[in-house]
Design a binder for this molecule. Structure first.
Ligand code: MG
Length: 156
């Protein structure tokens, strides 16, 4: 089964920018209830989408103090465990980030390794790509960041 997830977060000064578990030096970071990791949030929705088991807002409501300030890796770990206990395994993960800056290339392999570890995959099954928005729209004005994630999941 194919899963697809999307997330967006607002960017503001004085916030940390954590993408796929990598804390990236940046004058702006994501504004969020959790750590604002758009890649891992989109990954959770892609995994849940593949097996039609709801969405991130349902499993990790931002009204629940349990998840306040939580590292998004916990959301992924919980979701991967949910799939595993329902008889599914993850085949591959493909991520696309859209942001104006900073450049993602220096951090890409660490992002891939983080996702691979969380999903129990070899790093060769995890892709992370990045592009800008050609300075168009709110992403182009550095007011936000997008992440898109696709994945394949199979019954074990
Ligand atoms: Mg989010």
């Amino acid at each position: 089964m194919i899963g697809f997830g999307f997330d967006v977060h607002r960017l503001a000064e004085g916030q940390s920018l954590v993408l796929a578990g990598v804390d990236i030096p940046s004058p702006v970071g994501t504004v969020a209830h959790s750590d604002g990791d758009v890649v891992l949030h989109a990954l959770v929705d892609a995994l849940l989408g593949a097996v039609a088991m709801g969405d991130i807002g349902e499993h990790f409501p931002d009204t629940d103090p349990q998840w306040k300030g939580a590292a998004s890796s916990h959301f992924v770990e919980h979701t991967v465990g949910l799939l595993d206990s329902n008889g599914y395994r993850i085949i591959n993960v493909d991520c696309t980030l859209v942001l104006e800056s900073p450049k993602i290339l220096p951090y890409r392999n660490q992002m891939r390794e983080n996702i691979a570890q969380l999903c129990g995959l070899p790093v060769e099954r995890v892709a992370v790509k990045a592009t800008t928005s050609e300075r168009l729209g709110y992403v182009g004005r550095k007011e936000g960041v997008h992440a898109f994630v696709a994945c394949e999941v199979q019954l074990k």
